[in-house]
Design a protein. Structure first.
Length: 253
């Protein structure tokens, strides 16, 4: 293994230092993601009642949702954040960028909670499993599968898979600029993953098992070399789950 002290060329020393910083950022994000999985699993214990599970109080749900997003998204977004840290040469700015990213997803959680609250108060028991819940869940999964094949999904996924051009095109200086860039990156990520998040609600948002399945699909789409293969595969998985939800729900966990 190459040690920093054994490198004499200034350019190589700088590259080595950047590599170590890059690795450190990725490792830190993965540790935070692991803590998010651990804490979320504890908070969700006993809450998994399948599709359209009650979301608890507003403050509790938002806290769990943010931890869920850190757990599910940090493994796949860590290369982007590490790239930003290298470009900005500041871990403080990278923290601001990450905060903006999480704020975008926190806002998504707030909207999701409000939609669920309004729906529960306007349609009553219509979302219950033995009423329309099963059919709505199945259709949600099929719609999510269809979105995987749309041009908009392709554009948003491209921004997530190749972040250099996106970062350069939206570059802003300072802490507020880093925060705003994080917000923008989170928005692209939402455009890429909103259908998968809707699928999570349809399958059981308080289920750690389904949370892991959706997180795995997100990671595959964003990291494996064959992007379209990943999206077609995800679409096939979601379509199969949607059909099973409609015709053989007992086959699903």
């Amino acid at each position: 293994m190459i040690e920093a002290g054994s490198v004499t060329d200034p350019g190589l020393r700088a590259a080595y230092a950047a590599w170590r910083a890059h690795l450190g950022v990725v490792a830190l994000l993965l540790v935070v993601a692991a803590l998010g999985w651990w804490w979320t699993a504890g908070e969700m214990r006993g809450m998994d009642d399948g599709p359209w599970t009650a979301l608890g109080s507003f403050g509790w749900f938002v806290a769990v949702w943010v931890a869920m997003m850190a757990a599910m998204m940090f493994p796949s977004v860590s290369p982007t954040i590490a790239l930003y840290a290298r470009m900005s040469r500041s871990h403080v700015l990278a923290i601001a960028f990450t905060a903006g990213y999480l704020v975008t997803w926190a806002a998504v959680g707030v909207v999701a909670f409000l939609i669920a609250l309004i729906a529960s108060r306007t349609v009553g028991d219509s979302l219950a499993w033995d009423h329309g819940g099963r059919w709505i869940a199945g259709v949600t999964l099929l719609v999510a599968a269809g979105y995987e094949l749309t041009p908009l999904k392709d554009v948003c996924l491209g921004k997530c898979r190749s972040p250099l051009g996106t970062l350069l095109g939206s570059w802003r200086a300072g802490g507020s600029g880093a925060f705003r860039m994080g917000l923008g990156n989170g928005a692209w990520c939402f455009g890429c993953c909103w259908a998968l998040m809707a699928s999570l609600f349809a399958l059981g948002v308080m289920s750690v098992t389904w949370m892991a399945v959706v997180a795995g699909l997100i990671a595959l789409e964003k990291t494996i070399p064959w992007g379209r293969v990943a999206t077609y595969g995800t679409a096939a998985v979601l379509a199969a789950l949607g059909v099973l939800m409609l015709v053989a729900p007992a086959a699903l966990p």
